[in-house]
Design a protein around this ligand. Structure first.
Ligand code: 5GP
Ligand code: 5GP
Ligand code: 5GP
Length: 218
């Protein structure tokens, strides 16, 4: 018999800065479970092809089943909060991520494994601490893309993808960070291709997200 093949080449592990999601013209809504910590949050673990294209919604027969992640709920609420409006408890975001992306890596990670892999990667790559240690703080200041990229590269050994969005005044700001992961969902790798980051200047804003005690302690 043929081996089970996994029909993708690598994962993007994508984390978002809540201050930048909320600081756009569209604004945001805090989860029903409370304002997230001033930390990067998981956006998703996305199967991808080496040419930059990606599969999506791969298995309509595998709908999100919250019962598979009941024991992960509080960890997901803290580390994978939803900021879309209207406010939700996260289930809709996690369901969207599983159905759009997770179903495309089902040959490697089942639902529980998919969410566990993402949570484990978040622990492995503590972006806020990495940036803080390099003097890059969520203080509303501007930082060079090179300094952000280099700080992460020094800490994890691989070059990250950096994506920007625009604040309400049109400034380019640090929105999402992409780290590449092998097809097992556990080992970091050099990115086969970096995403188009849409950062329109060489210096980008790193906006506040409240709670200065968590963002400025050393
Ligand atoms: P946006 O249009 O905001 O960049 O992306 C919308 C959605 O498209 C993302 O939430 C994600 O689901 C998907 N997406 C965008 N870029 C990529 C990519 O490079 N790889 C994968 N796997 N999905 C992506
Ligand atoms: P993508 O399709 O790009 O993987 O995920 C984006 C989708 O998830 C959008 O439909 C968006 O409304 C929803 N979503 C829910 N909560 C969040 C959030 O906190 N951040 C982002 N980027 N999208 C969210
Ligand atoms: P989606 O397809 O994920 O609903 O949303 C499309 C795009 O709009 C994504 O790039 C997502 O990040 C953004 N988006 C969706 N909902 C919100 C929101 O409530 N606030 C903000 N700032 N962006 C959103």
């Amino acid at each position: 018999a043929l081996c089970v093949s996994q029909d993708f080449d690598f994962f993007y592990f994508v984390q978002q800065w809540p201050g930048s999601y909320c600081d756009t013209k569209k604004s945001c809504c805090y989860p029903t479970t409370g304002k997230p910590a001033a930390d990067f949050g998981i956006h998703g673990l996305w199967p991808n092809y080496n040419d930059g294209s990606y599969p999506s919604n791969c298995d309509p027969d595998s709908p999100f089943d919250p019962s598979t992640i009941l024991n992960l709920t509080s960890e997901l609420q803290s580390n994978w909060p939803t900021l879309a409006c209207p406010s939700g408890n996260g289930t809709k975001f996690w369901s969207h991520e599983w159905e759009k992306h997770g179903t495309c890596s089902e040959s490697v990670l089942d639902q529980q494994g998919y969410f566990e892999a993402a949570l484990s990667l978040k622990k492995q790559v503590d972006l806020l601490t990495i940036l803080q240690n390099a003097g890059i703080k969520a203080d509303g200041g501007f930082y060079s893309l090179d300094s952000i990229r280099n700080a992460i590269k020094e800490a994890i050994g691989y070059t990250p993808g950096i994506e920007c969005n625009l604040d309400q005044s049109g400034n380019s700001q640090l929105y999402q960070i992409y780290i590449c992961v092998d097809t097992t969902g556990t080992n970091l790798i050099e990115c086969p291709i970096l995403p188009n980051g849409r950062c329109s200047s060489s210096s980008v804003e790193f906006p506040y997200f409240g709670d200065t005690t968590t963002t400025t302690t050393t």
